[in-house]
Design a binder for this molecule. Sequence first.
Ligand code: G6P
Length: 366
Amino acid sequence: GVAELGPYRHFMQKEIFEQPRAISDTLQGLESITPDLFGAQASAVLHKADSVLILACGTSYYAGLTAKYWLESIAKIPVEVEIASEYRYRDSVPSENKLVVTISQSGETADTLAALRHARELGMAHSLTICNVATSAMVRECELAYITRAGVEIGVASTKAFTTQLTALFLLTLAIAKVRGRLAPEQEAEHMKLLRHLPVAVSAVLALEPQIIAWAEEFSRHDDALFLGRGIHYPIALEGALKLKEISYIHAEAYPAGELKHGPLALVTDKMPVVTIAPNDDLLEKLKSNMQEVRARGGQLYVFADSDTKIVSEEGIHVIRMPENYGLLSPILHVIPLQLLAYHTALVRGTDVDKPRNLAKSVTVE
Ligand code: G6P
């Protein structure tokens, strides 16, 4: 009802703006990094794990893709991320000490549950879920769990569930790093500081809404859009494209920027908006040359640039400045303007934002 929406027009918008609260609730009670955060038997399980297999669908799958970068670079543990509906039906090579991690907002997605059971049948006995519903089938069936505290998510397009999943996956990364002797106390303190400040950092990004509204008008006039990211921000580009196609019905594709010249550059004309995620990281110079490849074909760049990147607006390059560079947790900040861009573009197009055509909130049948 109207009352529940408060000042917002849709649940999706409300849920986007709830993210500082959702993240802070997900971190509630956190004092230090310990395997116990994931359950009583977690210490033994995390010590035994020599690799990780992440299984999920949709937006939750993109959270998994993002976590792979953290787990491999911080915890130095090999990670595979698989779409649940693919994994459950293909021949794969099991390994006894692989920790199976499912990610699910609802905890009821049929393919993710089936993929978990499939992994167990193959001999992988240890499982952990990152889930938003404590009473769900997923939580019952997994040995270990971390419950995100996003609260009920109503909009079909997932927003606060995604950023709280990422928050929990970062905690998992730190817990695994710790048991593997890869987390020095001063590093742990630094990561904890970054985590604690996250709700405030997210609020600062939400304040960019008026600038994004100004872009949405232009986006609503196109039938296609391209999203570029590199490294850990490539899954964020995928999520941005998914949000846009789900609710605005604009065809959107995401590419790792280095792959441009292997195909998508053929699509670039002066009519193609190219959303670019530009954090100030080690890949920035590479990304800038990819941006030039787009500009040389007349493509219109819409760049979310960290304030210290020195990327400035000029002919064909539109820039919205992100308030601060957020290091390892930068993906959590960079997805927020993409959620807002999809939302406001859909609003201009007049689609049914909270209930996009043909889609369901929770896919409990195959
Ligand atoms: C549906 C929803 C998505 C969600 C996906 C996975 O497609 O519309 O928002 O990401 O299912 O759902 P889960 O509950 O397993 O995260």
